[in-house]
Design a protein around this ligand. Sequence first.
Ligand SMILES: [Zn+2]
Length: 280
Amino acid sequence: MSTFSITDWASVTATVYLAVAQPETVNIAVVFGTKHVLLVDTGSSPVQGAAIADSVQRRFGRTIDRVVVTHAHHDHWFGLAAFAAVKTYAQAQLLETATTGDDAVLAQQLGFSPELITVPQNLIREWGSFNLGGEQVQLKHFGPAHSNSDLVVYLPKQQVAFVGDLLEESGPLQFGPDSTIGTWPGVIDQIVKLVTKNTILIPGHGKPVDVAYALQQRDEISNFYQHVQKLRSSGYGLQEALLQAESDGDQVWPFNISAAREATICAYAELAQPRHTTES
Ligand SMILES: [Zn+2]
């Protein structure tokens, strides 16, 4: 897990650049205003965060002084320790994740001390905004979906939005115990409502996508959830549903089999214990 590298910066617009950090193939973005420089997501460890800061300094001669983390998964925010001296933002529920034991264990596995896990200073509940100089940055949390701390970063002037893992391009959508599948399609609808139809959407992993792609992924999640609901109400237990997913394959299930398994486990847990859909 320790082989870190970062690709060169590729331009998305004149002031937005994208690089890919390994080993998690996670998108890292930098946005240049006239006064401030924003980093979106920080890599998987404090060392990676520092390497990203260096890379921006060397390539562009400018210093990152604003950081937003799109959600509380380690490949997006464990690099934050390298930015302790600048203004940092994330959704408020990241704090909860930061204080559970799981991340401390993960930090140790990745080879650094859990004390280096840094919580952003500015915790956003539903929305926030700040200015980079000629560039307004809007932060929106539309409720639980991929995780409970997903934060969309929208640049209205550039017509670019960073959506973290709410959308995926390089592989199937990622479902985990902290995902909420029932509300996820509605969250994508809110993103589509927020942005213009020409907006470039930057997923957490993979190439930039457009609104049509987002709506297609929205439908996949929605169809999947309805399918699982139907199985469950027809009396299928989790194990039977998993066997069904395996025998149906991708003809019926929108995701590949390993993603479908994860998503089915997640959906069954969610349906057994419905969560509030309006929490912020
Ligand atoms: Zn994630």
